[in-house]
Each structure stands twice: as structure tokens, then as C-alpha cells.
Ligand binder design. Sequence first.
Ligand code: SF4
Length: 227
Amino acid sequence: MRSLKPIPCQKKRKLKISQLHRVYTVLLKNFGHQKWWPGDTPFEVIIGAILTQNTAWANVEKAILNLKKARKLSFEALRRIPAKKLAQWIRPSGYFNVKADRLKAFMDFLDRECQGDLSKLKQKTMPVLREKLLAVKGVGPETADSILLYALGKRSFVIDAYTKRIFLRHGLAKDHDTYERWREIFMRALPENLDLYNDFHAQIVRTGKDYCRKVPRCEGCPLQRFF
Ligand code: SF4
């Protein structure tokens, strides 16, 4: 992410890592529980996590609706259909040829690991699963953590562009810090609570969409009190 310009309301006070849990409670009080992730089944959550790369969620919803209408939103169906055909159904999500290959690679992974049975996959520990997910073609850390947290119920914090934008502006980490460093900051600071991980990321996305845009709207933002 490029360096962010100082913003008008920004004074010198930096957010401390020890305040992160407090940040969550403030957001929760303001926005209410976000009840993530949008998706009817863990399998649908996985498909959404892969399709949402580099596109808006509204486009993912259209692609998923196409798959549902064609009765192709299942492990068996996606495993059977050729990538070229799959690409046509997921066209609204953008980069559809690349994403069709990624979905096919993920189906191969599911076949190898659990024959498509996600309850079997869940039996593995988070660190083992994370390593395996990161080895799948097209699955980066943000996608892997989204799948772990929202589809498989594993406690792994998701870092996205909103997280970096908001907390860089609050001085929590540095521009050049790696994804793994960001994740470590959150995972060390927060209590070991799956629902907290789940909803905190959702609250961050909500804050990023409503207030902490490219040009921030600090007036009225619940996190303004942390400056
Ligand atoms: S918009 Fe909110 S989160 Fe973003 S810098 Fe301003 S107060 Fe912080």
C-alpha cells in the first residue's frame, strides 16, 4: 500500500496495541454485530473468498448467483466442469479465467485432502491447515485466513487493505510491515475468541467502507476518539 498522507484530524497520539480490544468494543457498540461472512454454507464462503480477490463484493454475489442458478455450487459439480465453462458463470467477478483456474485448483486440493468433505478438513489444526492452504495456487494469506476463519471456524485473523489503511492512519504498524507482522500484532493483542476474530474483521471492513476511505471521513467515525 502507498504511503498515506497525514489527515486533518490526526494529532500525534498513536494507538497502542493494548488498545485493540477496546477498539473492537467501540466498533461493536457503534455498528452492532456484523454477522459475517455472507454465504449460506462453508463451501459457498470458500468460493466467495476466492472470487472476491480484486473485485467488489457485489460482483461476487452475481457470480455466485449464476453458479446457484446453474446448480453448480457444489464440490462435485465444480470438480467436474471444465475451467473454460466455469469461467463463463463467474464472469461478473472479473479475471474470470484466472479465477476459474484457481477454483479448479482449490477443488483438486479439497479432493486430495478430504474428498470434498469440509468436516474432515476441519479436524486439522489451524497452523497445519494454513500452511496447506497457502500452498494452493492462487491462495494468498488474506484468502487463506478468510477461509480458515469464516469457512472452517479456525482462529486466524484476516488482514486486508482496510485494516492496513485504518491502523496505519492510527500509527499501529509501519507501512513496510509484512502481512505476517500485521497478523501477529492482532493475534497477540486479542483474547483467543473465535467470534471476536470473526466480527472484528467485519467491523474493520464496515469502518473502512463508511468512514476510512481514501479520503477519510473522520467526523463522526467511531475511531476518532483514539486520536
Ligand atoms: S476515518 Fe476513522 S478510522 Fe479513519 S483515520 Fe479517521 S477516525 Fe481513524
